[in-house]
Every structure is written in C-alpha cells, then in structure tokens.
Design a protein around this ligand. Structure first.
Ligand code: NAD
Ligand code: TDX
Length: 332
C-alpha cells in the first residue's frame, strides 16, 4: 500500500483525483489543503475513513510540509491559486502559493528523495491564433500571459531546475481546461450553469470567440495516475482530449441543454490580456504511456455536469453571491 500525499486535494481537480485514486488503487491518501475560498471539505465526503487523512495547512509551511513528506512515498501537487480573473485583481497570493509553495515542496522532495508529480496547465505556453493548425506540444516555448499563468510557468521551471540540479525525482503534466462536478462557480462552465439555474443570463467575455480545449476532470485524473505510475522521471507530459470549442459554442450548448433559447446570454467586458486559443497535442502521453480519455462526448459530459449542479445546490450556493459580487465590480 503506497502512501500518497495530495496537495490541494479539497479543490476541483485534486478532490476528483483523490476519489479516482481511492477507487482505482490500494493507496492511502493524505490531503494537505489550506481550504482557501476554493477548497471545500465536502468535495471529499463519502470516502472510507481508513483510506484518507485530511490535514488543513499551507504548502508554504516548511515545517508541516517536511513532516508530511517524511511519511509519504509519493506526492501529487495540485494546490494552487487557479483563477486568472483573481490573478488580474490581486496577484500576490499567486506568487505565495504557486511559486513559494512549490519551492517549499521541492526542497522537501530533495531532503527526503520523494517522488513528486507537479500539476500544471497549458496556459504556460501562451495562446495560439484561431486559424493556426498548430497545437501545444512538450517542446513549445513558454510564453505565459497572466499573473496566474506566469506563476504556473515559474513553478514548472523550478521543478525542472530541481530535477536537473538536485536530482529530484519529479514529473510534470500540463493539462487543458477541465470541466465536471465540484468546480468552483467562479469558472466559466459552472458560472453559466448556475446563472441559468438562478434565472440570470450567462456572461460571455468580449465576442466569445476564444477557444478552450475541454477535458473532463475524470480524464485528467486517470492521466495523472498513469504518469505517476509509468512516467519517465524528469519528463513533461501534455494532457488533452481533443475538445476544442469556442466560448460561444459552450454557452449555447449549456443554454439549449437547459431548455433556454441559445441566444439568451450577454456580452460583457473582456478579460485583460485574454488568451485567444489553447490546443493540446497529447500524442506523447497516448503513445508512450498508453493513456486514452474515457469521455468522447462533450455534449453528454455537459448534460451530466448540469444535472450535478441542479442536484447539488447546497455545495455551490454558499459561494455564488460573493463570486457574482466580485464580477459585478469588474463589469463582468
Ligand atoms: P481549485 O482552485 O479548484 O483548487 C485549488 C485547491 O488548492 C483548493 O482546495 C485550495 O484550498 C488549495 N490551496 C490553495 N492554496 C493553497 C496553499 N497555499 N496550501 C495548500 N492548499 C492550497 O483549482 P483546480 O481547478 O482544482 O486546479 C488544480 C490544479 O490544476 C492547479 O495546479 C491548476 O493550476 C491546475 N490546472 C487546472 C485546470 C483547470 O481547468 N481547472 C487545468 C489545468 C491545470
Ligand atoms: O464568466 C465568464 N465568461 C467568459 O466568457 C468566465 C468566468 C470566463 N469566460 C471565458 C474566459 C475564458 O476564455 O471562458 C473561458 C474559460 O474561462 P475560465 O473558466 O476562467 O478558465 P481559463 O481562464 O481558460 O483557465 C482555466 O483553464 C486552465 C483554469 O481556470 C486554469 O486553472 C487552468 O490552468
């Protein structure tokens, strides 16, 4: 039985990964999570008590991190400040968690020679033109646009340096946009679904032409477990499921799936520095490690996600008003 430490395990993707690991392995999981506004203990409910230990704390707390690393066989690092719009408003927590927090984990991995998998994003590569046939690969140069993506890029570069200079046994994955249950209502898809549930028109930034490459969070989790088990140390793997859609297409799909007219949305102030298009080429992960996504049907995945938000208002309602109050101050 492997002892896994999962940082950020009360967040959207981290909690999905904890559920995935507990149902697909014998591993014991310890979650280290600060429970910021984005963390929710309820996302881990229903798991067997003998398989999961929850520790509330900060990944930048070196003493706590050292103690937890001394008891772990491997660490999967999801904890981050994750929302671009917040990073444009107040970048500081992004530096503290994404840079200093990752540095703190790397130093502990070095001391204890602990296997570490670092979770990152396709946003480190910047953006692509709408008509560019190219997609991001493991060799695309870094070119981040926002305070969020630049701190994620910085954290990736720290991991690479600790691998090369200190021999830390780490891998990195850069994934595209995730969707599914338990995603915070600040993010695009749950924001629009919960708006429609409340009778509010969805809000599209700018013209809505921006393209994101959507993957179900379950597929992200299966890819991360594959890389943890079979990935080559020191290497980077891109995770994606060929899910490119414009924001306009996604909003129209949400509206029609929820029985509302496809044009019942508003255009609002665009995001500053808004990346135009992301697209992932995940050939390496598929060819070298044999990973395949399970969700081929985006429409079905969105319909199931809508059903989940309809059935779980208790989970998201406490965050909704504060989130919308923040957006209102930005004209969004
Ligand atoms: P999230 O915001 O839903 O969750 C982040 C979690 O980290 C929360 O539980 C929060 O409490 C915790 N946390 C924040 N600061 C912490 C700290 N200092 N110490 C300990 N815990 C802390 O984020 P998410 O969408 O689940 O993203 C998880 C990871 O995946 C991030 O590293 C993000 O960059 C990456 N990622 C996300 C997406 C996406 O579409 N959401 C895509 C690619 C990569
Ligand atoms: O109300 C909205 N209207 C809108 O048009 C919101 C919240 C967003 N958008 C647009 C902005 C983006 O083009 O939708 C797209 C998706 O926005 P977000 O959900 O904020 O995601 P994004 O900025 O693409 O980043 C996400 O994917 C990569 C995650 O939040 C990151 O953590 C991850 O690294």
């Amino acid at each position: 039985m492997r002892k896994l430490l999962v940082t950020g395990g009360a967040g959207f993707i981290g909690s999905n990964f904890v559920h995935h690991v507990i149902s697909h392995s014998d591993d014991h999981v310890t979650v280290l999570d600060k429970l910021t506004y984005a963390g929710n203990r309820a996302s881990l409910e229903g798991l067997p008590e003998d398989r999961l230990t929850f520790v509330q704390g900060d990944i930048a707390d070196a003493a706590l991190v050292d103690e937890l690393f001394s008891a772990a066989d491997a660490v999967v690092h999801f904890a981050a400040e994750s929302h671009n719009d917040n990073s444009l408003h107040d970048p500081r927590p992004f530096l503290d968690t994404n840079i200093i927090g990752t540095y703190t984990l790397l130093e502990a991995a070095r001391r204890h020679d602990t296997r570490l998998h670092h979770i990152s994003t396709d946003e480190v590569y910047g953006d692509l033109e709408l008509d560019d046939p190219a997609r991001f690969t493991e060799t695309t140069p870094y070119n981040p646009s926002s305070p969020y993506s630049s701190t994620k890029a910085g954290s990736d570069l720290l991991v690479r340096a600790w691998v090369r200079s200190f021999g830390v046994r780490a891998t990195i994955s850069n994934c595209s946009n995730n969707y599914g249950p338990y995603q915070h209502v600040e993010k695009f898809i749950p924001r629009q679904i919960t708006n429609v549930i409340r009778g509010v028109r969805p809000r599209l930034y700018g013209k809505g032409e921006n393209v994101r490459d959507w993957i179900h969070a379950d597929d992200h989790s299966s890819a991360v477990l594959t890389i943890l088990d079979k990935g080559a140390l020191g290497e980077t793997y891109l995770i994606g499921a060929d899910g490119e859609k414009s924001n306009k297409e996604v909003v129209e799909l949400i509206l029609t799936t929820m029985g509302v007219s496809a044009d019942a949305y508003d255009h609002v102030t665009d995001r500053a520095g808004h990346d135009l298009r992301y697209a992932i080429d995940s050939t390496r992960l598929r060819d070298e490690l044999g990973w395949r996504p399970a969700y081929a049907d985006f429409e079905a995945g969105i319909a199931a996600t809508i059903d989940w938000y309809r059935a779980n208002e208790d989970w998201w309602a406490p965050s909704k008003d504060a989130t919308e109050a923040f957006y209102a101050t930005k004209g969004q």
